[in-house]
Ligand binder design. Structure first.
Ligand code: F3S
Length: 413
C-alpha cells in the first residue's frame, strides 16, 4: 500500500508509540482489503465506548494509548455507554459498570473526544456532509451516513476507528469507492408506509435478504421523516450486515433507478407488500403472552420529536405500576426535551428518559433479572431483533401507539 512521507514517519514511530500502533492497525487492515492508499479523514464516530463491549481489557487498552501520548487529530464523537450518568442506580445498572465506564469515557475525553455518547451523532453536532470520507462505527449510524447523507464510511470496529482518530487516516476500500456504492438488488415497496415502525419492519425484511449487499427501494413515499430513515437504517444493519441502501427519489445517490444501480441490472427483484410486512412484523413480535414489564422507545436514540410523541401519549395518564418505560436518548436531546416540558410529562406519568445508554449496550442480562423483567416491548425493529438473543428477553413489537397503550394498560394487545 502506498504511504506518503508523513504516513511512513508515523509507521516508523516518529510520532510516538500510540500513532505507530494506530498506523500498524490501518496498514494491516488496508492490505487485507487490497487498499491502494490511505485517505485523509476528519470525522470519527467511536463505537467501542460501552464497557459492556470494552470490559476491563479494552478500557486498559484505551487508557494505555492515552498514557502513551495518544491525542485525537480528528473530530471524534462517541456511541452510547453502559451507564446513564445520573440515574444508573435507579434503573438497575451495576455500580462496577459505572466505575469502569467513568475510566473509559474519561480516557476518550482526555484524548479529545466529544463524549456525546449517542448512536445519533448526526443529531447532536456531527452531521456528515455529502461525499465526506469518515470512519464511523455503530452500524445504524453508518447506514444513515452512507445512505441518507451520502457520506462515505465502512463499518468500523473499535480499534480501527481509534486508529483513524489518532492518525487522521483510513484505508481506501469498500464504501469509500464509488464502484462499491451501487445497489445490488431491488425491493419494490407496494404497501403503505404509515410510521417509523413500518420502516423498521422493511429494514428487518430487507436486511435478512441482503447480507452485506446494498438494497435499492422503489416505491417509498417521497419525503420520509428523519425518524423513519433512522429506523430503516438501524433495522437493515441488525438483521443484515448492510452498510448502505438507496431509496429512489429519496437518498442523494439515487435520483433514478439507473443511478442507484450504476446502469447495471439488479441481481434480483423482490416485493414488500402487505403480506410481507405482516409476516416480518409477526417474526419480530414473537412473545405469545400478553405480559408486559419493560418497555423501550428510542432505538436508535430518540429524537426530540419522538420524545414529544411519547409525552403526548402520556399526557395526564399514568404508566401501569408493573411496567418500566425507558425512553433512551442523547444528553443534548434530553436537554431540549426538558426545555419543552416533555421530560416532566414522561416523569409525571412514571416513565424514565434514559441518557447515554440503551438495553443493548447496558448490562441487561444483570438488569433484567434484578428488576424481574421477563419481556421487552418496543417499537424498534432493531431492539426487537436483538432482545431475545442478546439479553434473553422475548419481544413484543408494534408501533408507538400500541406500545404506549401497553405501557398504560400493563398488557400487550
Ligand atoms: Fe442505539 Fe442502542 Fe439501538 S446503540 S441503535 S439505541 S441498540
Amino acid at each position: 500500500m502506498f504511504l506518503t512521507e508523513e504516513e511512513t514517519k508515523m509507521l516508523a514511530g516518529e510520532k510516538g508509540p500510540a500513532v505507530q500502533k494506530a498506523m500498524q492497525i490501518l496498514v494491516a487492515l488496508g492490505e487485507s482489503f487490497g487498499a491502494e492508499k490511505l485517505l485523509p479523514v476528519n470525522n470519527v464516530h467511536m463505537a467501542g465506548s460501552s464497557v459492556l463491549v470494552a470490559e476491563e481489557a479494552g478500557t486498559r487498552f484505551v487508557e494505555d494509548i492515552r498514557k502513551q501520548g495518544g491525542t485525537f487529530v480528528t473530530r471524534v464523537t462517541t456511541n452510547p455507554t453502559a451507564v446513564d450518568p445520573t440515574q444508573w442506580e435507579q434503573i438497575g445498572i451495576p455500580e462496577s459498570d459505572q466505575v469502569l465506564q467513568k475510566r473509559l469515557t474519561g480516557a476518550y475525553a482526555g484524548m479529545g473526544a466529544n463524549t456525546c455518547n449517542t448512536c445519533i451523532p448526526y443529531l447532536v453536532g456531527n452531521m456528515p456532509r455529502f461525499g465526506e470520507h469518515m470512519a464511523w462505527g455503530e452500524s445504524s449510524a453508518v447506514v444513515f451516513a452512507n445512505s441518507v447523507c451520502g457520506a462515505r464510511t465502512n463499518r468500523e470496529g473499535g480499534p480501527s476507528a481509534l486508529a483513524t482518530a489518532l492518525t487522521g487516516r483510513t484505508p481506501e476500500y469498500g464504501f469509500h469507492l464509488k464502484e462499491n456504492r451501487y445497489g445490488s438488488f431491488l425491493i419494490k415497496v407496494e404497501t403503505p408506509m404509515r410510521d417509523m415502525t413500518d420502516y423498521g419492519t422493511l429494514g428487518y425484511f430487507a436486511g435478512k435478504i441482503a447480507g452485506q449487499d446494498t438494497p435499492v427501494f422503489e416505491g417509498l413515499p417521497n419525503h420520509p421523516t428523519l425518524e423513519e430513515l433512522k429506523a430503516l437504517s438501524a433495522a437493515l444493519a441488525a438483521s443484515g450486515a448492510v452498510s448502505m441502501f438507496h431509496a429512489i427519489g429519496v437518498t442523494p445517490e439515487a435520483p433514478t433507478l439507473e443511478a442507484a444501480f450504476g446502469d447495471r441490472k439488479p441481481a434480483k427483484t423482490l416485493v414488500f407488500g402487505e403480506q410481507e410486512r405482516q409476516q416480518a412484523e409477526n417474526a419480530l413480535n414473537k412473545e405469545p403472552s400478553d405480559h408486559v414489564d419493560w418497555i423501550l422507545v428510542g432505538c436508535p436514540n430518540a429524537s426530540v420529536q419522538e420524545i414529544r410523541e411519547v409525552a403526548e401519549a402520556l399526557e395526564g395518564k399514568k404508566i401501569h405500576p408493573d411496567v418500566s418505560l425507558w425512553v433512551t436518548t442523547a444528553g443534548a436531546m434530553y436537554a431540549m426535551a426538558d426545555e419543552m416540558g416533555y421530560i416532566k410529562t414522561i416523569k409525571d406519568a412514571g416513565g424514565v428518559v434514559v441518557r447515554e445508554t440503551c438495553p443493548f449496550l447496558a448490562r441487561s442480562r444483570v438488569i433484567a433479572p434484578s428488576k424481574g423483567y421477563k419481556t421487552l416491548t418496543t417499537n424498534s425493529a432493531k431492539m426487537a431483533f436483538y432482545a431475545p438473543g442478546q439479553f434473553g428477553l422475548p419481544a413484543h413489537y408494534g408501533n408507538l401507539q400500541r406500545v404506549m397503550q401497553a405501557a398504560i394498560d400493563g398488557v400487550w394487545r
